[in-house]
Design a protein around this ligand. Structure first.
Ligand code: ZN
Length: 552
């Protein structure tokens, strides 16, 4: 996801439910319940913002469980929110309570456990959020799902947490002027004449790969759409407002090359198709699985959307297919997307090695730390919108960049491919990534992961050097001055000689070293074979640190 300046204040109501199944991120999990499939029928109309819905929910119970809990935002004092009409299983009406935006459904004694069970929740109301019903920039009415992080519960009864992935289908009835796009594959789109004789289309989309609720969506608008091409058999599509057909098709077209790049780099794309959709999302881009939504102003016709496309498309691999199991590990989603976006951008420029992107990101990470002394995995966050911060994005990207320096390109990318293959369409924690990378490299990465993800900030280095011409060596003193932790790292440096006297345009000799810094203070002596004029720290932008030279 890419943030956008929000046009309105955003408020999240937060209820902390005490209990032993309380995950670190505060969500009250049902350890004995696993949702397998959602079948949402949604009725949209043009006379009111009220929607009618029915959710067919299929789930596994691990053991005898009395209550099934779902999230659904109830009706508020302003009149928006959902009201349940009935919950049934087959022909049996089920008993339930709907309070504090949670549904507690009594599971009948007749249910054999462990087993699989299906029920349906019938409900209606005006979505307070999550399904944005509004007018687009052309003044036309549109409907766009916008579930991240836990806003699905505003219009879909569900287990609204990324740890419980499920397959999903949407059967959407809407007035015939709308085209409806969603996750997965189009099963059917056909006109039917309902009883009130208003002409409605029913469109049926089905996603057969389990996805988290944060990326389940529908979009309904007067779309123009095209298939740009196939990436290893996967259709890559553009869906834009009919009025933006020409510029929109230009701007979303690079998606095909980007999907090709990631399929080669990381592994097979996980979904049936990829639609890139102009929308009314509150974000700059939102990585809904197989159906990415971009803010409506993204289209200019100038073909300048590569970075945004590359970021959101990278999420199809990390965030969507491999999903954080706990919100505090969101860097697995945002840090990966940010780093892969930079890798893709640099792949377009011959011989560029990420220096410029990483230097920019290092600057933002350092500035952010000056204001916020928090680690990447920040377990104090309860408002999930606060997860969209520089630590999750740019510092997460830096962690991957340093891991790559540490392990070398071959081992690093093998590890990333193995991580994707092992956790594709599942959930992962940071410790899972660490294990896979340890297996790929054959070494312990405990200290690496701990210091960069659990410790706030980065090394702050004071250093000085002297050149002893007679003894042909340089002496370097390095001191870590940050107080929170002594980091262990290799400090890359370049010893630079003077340019040639005969040809000043020709650069002088140089030599690269990686000096291991394992203590607070380190003194090193390096032999040199040419006169040293300058020493440059980290010339290839490989380390996250702040450096200050002191004169001696
Ligand atoms: Zn993102």
């Amino acid at each position: 996801m890419i943030k956008k300046i929000l046009p309105f204040a955003y408020i999240i109501l937060w209820f902390i439910v005490p209990g032993i199944s309380l995950a670190k991120d505060g969500y009250h999990r049902n350890p004995d319940v696993d949702i397998i499939h959602y079948c949402f029928r949604i009725y949209l109309n043009d006379s009111t913002d009220r929607i009618e819905g029915s959710a067919g929910i299929t789930f596994n119970l691990a053991k005898k469980t009395r209550i099934l809990e779902l999230d659904l935002v109830g009706k508020n004092s302003k009149g928006s929110g959902m009201v349940i009409d009935r919950i049934e299983s087959g022909t049996h009406l089920l008993t339930y309570q709907h309070e504090n935006n949670r549904i507690e459904i009594e599971i009948p004694d007749t249910l054999k456990t462990p087993g699989t069970f299906t029920l349906s929740v019938n409900y209606s109301g005006i979505p307070a959020d999550g399904l944005i019903i509004s007018k687009n920039k052309f003044g036309e009415r549109t409907f766009f799902g916008d579930n991240w992080p836990d806003r699905a519960r505003n219009w879909l009864p569900c287990v609204d947490h990324p740890s419980d992935k499920a397959t999903v289908e949407f059967i959407v009835s809407a007035p015939e002027k709308y085209k409806v796009v969603s996750n997965g594959l189009l099963i059917a789109g056909f006109p039917v004449i309902p009883a009130n004789s208003t002409r409605n289309w029913v469109t049926h989309w089905k996603e057969d790969v389990p996805v988290p609720t944060k990326v389940m969506v529908i979009g309904a608008a007067d779309f123009a759409w095209e298939t740009v091409g196939l990436s290893k058999g996967i259709p890559i599509q553009s869906w834009v407002y009919a009025q933006d057909r020409e510029p929109g098709f230009i701007d979303y077209k690079p998606a095909l090359d980007i999907v090709n790049y990631y399929q080669d780099l990381i592994g097979p794309y996980s979904y049936e198709k990829l639609a890139n959709v102009q929308s009314r999302t509150i974000f700059g881009g939102m990585e809904n699985s197989g159906c990415i939504f971009y803010y409506e102003g993204s289209i200019t016709g100038k073909n300048q959307l590569h970075s945004l496309l590359a970021h959101e498309i990278a999420h199809q691999w990390f965030g969507d297919a491999v999903t954080e199991n706990d919100w505090h590990h969101i860097w697995i989603s945002e840090g990966f997307a940010t780093y892969l976006e930079a890798c893709y951008a640099d792949s377009l420029i011959p011989d560029r090695k990420l220096d410029a992107s990483m230097a920019d990101m290092r600057k933002s990470v350092i500035e952010y730390y000056e204001k916020t002394h928090k680690p990447v995995i920040d377990t104090t966050i309860r408002n999930y919108m606060d997860l969209l911060n520089t630590n999750s994005y740019q510092k997460g990207a830096w962690v991957l960049h340093m891991l790559r320096q540490e392990l070398g390109d071959k081992v690093f990318w093998t590890g990333i491919r193995n991580f994707y293959a092992a956790y594709r369409d599942k959930n992962a924690m940071t410790s899972d990534l660490q294990s896979v990378m340890e297996e790929a490299s054959g070494r312990s990465l405990r200290d690496f992961f701990f210091q960069w993800l659990d410790i706030p900030g980065q090394p702050v280095i004071q250093w000085s050097w002297t050149y002893n011409k007679k003894k042909s060596r340089v002496e370097i003193d390095v001191e870590q001055t940050q107080s929170q932790h002594n980091f262990v790292f290799k400090l890359p440096l370049e010893l630079c000689g003077a340019p040639s006297v005969a040809d000043p345009a020709k650069p002088g000799k140089s030599a690269y070293y990686q000096v291991p810094i394992t203590e607070k203070k380190v003194h090193v002596t390096l032999p040199v074979y040419f006169p040293i004029r300058e020493i440059r720290l980290d010339p290839k932008i490989q380390l996250l640190f702040q450096g200050k030279m002191v004169t001696r």
